[in-house]
Every structure is written in C-alpha cells, then in structure tokens.
Design a protein around this ligand. Structure first.
Ligand SMILES: [Zn+2]
Length: 93
C-alpha cells in the first residue's frame, strides 16, 4: 500500500521509482539507491519511514567516520564560487 496517493505538496500524481539519494554526514557523502514515491508534477520525493531511518543511520556513520562497510566511489569536491573580478572581466570580453 502506498503511503500517499497524491503529492502532499502539489496534489500531483505519484509513481514509485528507484532513486539515488545523496547523504551527507560531516565531511563525507554517500550515495544510496532507494525506492521512493516521486511526484510526476513537482518532483517531490516521498520516502518510507524505514528509508528515512536508514538515511539517518548512514548519516550518523558518515559523521563518525564509520565508513569501512561502504564502497569507495571517488572523491568529493567543493566548487568555490567564481571570484568577483574574474567574473567581471569575463563579462567585458
Ligand atoms: Zn508534487
């Protein structure tokens, strides 16, 4: 049984999909594939209670650096905003 028949945000139609969820804890990021109800109209994702608990457990593990059971995917990078004067020079060209 679906927990929601319609999107609680926009009342749009909802379909069950496998989605990739990005979880952050401390400096770490993890990706997990989970089932979610996704709104076809606004893209709102609705997760089951069990899934939300699972997210929380993963976030806590990331925070505590307990990542030995996770598969290493690659490095994460933060992209700093483009510096102001660089941006202006670019626009003048
Ligand atoms: Zn919606």
């Amino acid at each position: 049984m679906k927990p929601f028949e319609k999107c609680p945000v926009c009342n749009g139609e909802i379909v069950e999909k496998e989605v990739e969820k990005l979880l952050r804890g401390g400096i770490h990021t993890a990706v997990i594939s989970v089932h979610a109800e996704v709104c076809l109209h606004c893209g709102e994702r609705l997760y089951s209670h069990e899934t939300v608990i699972q997210f929380e457990q993963i976030r806590n593990k990331l925070k505590r650096q307990e990542v030995s059971e996770f598969e290493l995917l690659g490095k994460s990078f933060r992209v700093n905003p483009i510096h102001e004067d660089k941006h202006l020079r670019g626009a003048a060209m």
